[in-house]
Design a protein around this ligand. Structure first.
Ligand SMILES: Nc1ncnc2c1ncn2[C@@H]1O[C@H](COP(=O)(O)OP(=O)(O)OP(=O)(O)O)[C@@H](O)[C@H]1O
Length: 354
């Protein structure tokens, strides 16, 4: 289902929780709403569902305004974190629930439930009760139950929040596959950036009631439009005096500039590891953390702490070591604009011969 939302606003008393939110979602896409707690993600979802009514703005499903439709007439399936299964019902009856309400025949219900049991990998569990299932299995039943009545839109609010890390990881790719197979337009709320990046076709970053940015995970990572987005997605270091770094002198033309540097744009090592006349800076290792597949290194350069990664194959560094740092690029932001600046003298145009 194609979704279009324009000028959505919601107040709770004096508090303006959702501010002029507009977006469209293509049919069959999976969108992640990502942002800090209290930003308005759930409120947006609840308005789409019809559980909350907007103060202003329109919600269109397939071009049809649904603002005044009650939730049960919107063709929506829900999986909410605390939208528990019916404890006294078997897996079969939980999945069949929405179909019984629709007054489908026993035969139709059986066929659809078996189809979903198959699709969600729950074959053999039909007669179990929720307390006889693992957390991950229960969540799969919740998905099957939501999908049974063939909704046109699936809304998921922190669907994996209550599940431990390992299973959560499995469920993420499982969910991706499932949604792709069913081809249903889906929106899920999360405050876990890894989850959003892995699962979603597109991410909307929501903060203080506004959409900060919407785009593919890759676009958002590579082209953050605000410092908030840059620091919320992925790792980055904030630098106040970027124009003092070699190769970034031009940044001083930007008033009120804030700069962010991603770890992969920072190269560190011993002087001999760099080509002669590289535009390097002196740095000192502050901390070094083992992360399983690499080192995470905090290095001090001209009063800034920069975060970068270092391969395990390279020489091990220690806190206090003096090293050399090359910053390749930085994101610059002022109040109106964002910009990516390359180090314009990564290799010094006038090499110094020793
Ligand atoms: N029914 C309500 N009455 C009053 N304030 C509310 C109500 N629902 C939400 N709010 C407030 O609106 C703001 C947005 O809440 P919302 O639940 O949409 O945020 P969220 O981004 O989903 O946060 P979280 O990740 O913590 O669920 C919060 O400050 C919240 O306290």
């Amino acid at each position: 289902m194609h979704i279009e939302v324009t000028g959505l606003n919601k107040h709770f008393g004096q508090f303006h929780a959702v501010k002029d939110v507009s977006f469209t979602i293509e049919k069959g896409h999976l969108i992640g709403l990502l942002g800090p707690s209290g930003g308005g993600k759930t409120s947006i979802l609840r308005m789409l569902a019809g559980l909350e009514s907007p103060d202003a703005g329109d919600i269109l499903f397939h071009g049809r305004r649904v603002n005044d439709l009650p939730p049960q007439e919107r063709g929506i399936g829900f999986v909410f974190q605390n939208y528990a299964l019916f404890k006294h019902m078997t897996v079969y009856d939980n999945i069949a629930f929405g179909l019984k309400i629709k007054k489908q025949s026993k035969e139709q219900i059986r066929n659809r439930v078996m189809e979903l049991v198959e699709l969600t990998g729950l074959k053999g569990f039909e007669q179990r009760y929720p307390h006889q299932l693992s957390g991950g299995q229960r969540q799969r039943v919740a998905f099957a139950r939501a999908l049974a009545p063939e909704p046109q839109l699936l809304l998921l609010d922190e669907p994996f929040a209550a599940i431990d890390a390992k299973i959560r990881q499995e469920l993420r790719s499982w969910l991706r596959d499932l949604i792709e197979r069913v081809g249903i337009t889906s929106i899920f709320v999360t405050h876990d950036q890894d989850e959003a990046i892995e699962v979603a076709d597109e991410i909307m970053i929501i903060s203080q009631g506004r959409v900060e940015q919407k785009g593919t995970p890759w676009d958002i990572y590579k082209q953050p439009q605000t410092p908030f987005v840059a620091s919320f997605i992925g790792e980055s270091s904030i630098v106040e005096n970027i124009h003092e770094l070699r190769g970034f002198e031009n940044a001083s033309d930007w008033l009120n500039t804030k700069a962010l540097i991603r770890p992969e744009y920072i190269e560190i090592g011993q002087l001999y590891e760099f080509p002669i006349a590289s535009a390097t800076e002196k740095g000192r290792i502050k901390h070094i953390h083992f992360r399983g597949s690499e080192w995470m290194v905090e290095v001090e350069v001209r009063g800034n702490t920069l975060i970068t990664y270092r391969s395990l194959e390279k020489e091990v560094l220690h806190p206090g070591d003096d090293i050399v740092v090359l910053v390749h690029r930085a994101y610059l932001f002022n109040d109106h604009d964002s910009w990516i600046m390359e180090n314009r003298m990564k290799e010094d145009p006038m090499p110094i011969h020793i």
